[in-house]
Design a protein around this ligand. Structure first.
Ligand SMILES: [Zn+2]
Length: 106
């Protein structure tokens, strides 16, 4: 039993975080709009980043993202999903990112 580590967990009030299922639904909805397929969606605590994606289409999001405002969640979700289409942060990536967030993407 590892009782020491358990004490270090800080619990956030439930009402501040959105449910994991809702978050995953947001990711899937954006994936559909962008036209990419995310093979796996994982949510776990991450130290340095909000999210990451592997070249094989596996997305990982930081648990703390569930506590962020909708706008922040959207930015991170769109950013990672776009990487399934464009692996860099070049002009095409930036243009698409801007268009998606402004609602002008079709
Ligand atoms: Zn990136």
């Amino acid at each position: 039993m590892n009782s020491v580590e358990k004490k270090e967990i800080t619990w956030e009030p439930l009402e501040k975080a959105i449910p994991v299922d809702l978050f995953k639904a947001e990711v899937l909805a954006w994936a559909k709009r962008i036209g990419v397929h995310s093979k796996e969606i994982h949510i776990r605590p991450m130290k340095r980043k909000w999210a990451s994606c592997s070249s094989r289409g596996r997305l990982t999001f930081d648990t703390e993202l569930l506590l962020q405002p909708a706008r922040k969640r959207t930015e991170v979700i769109v950013h990672e999903l776009l990487h399934l289409k464009i692996p860099n942060h070049g002009p095409v990536f930036r243009a698409l990112f801007k268009a998606l967030l402004s609602g002008k993407y079709k």
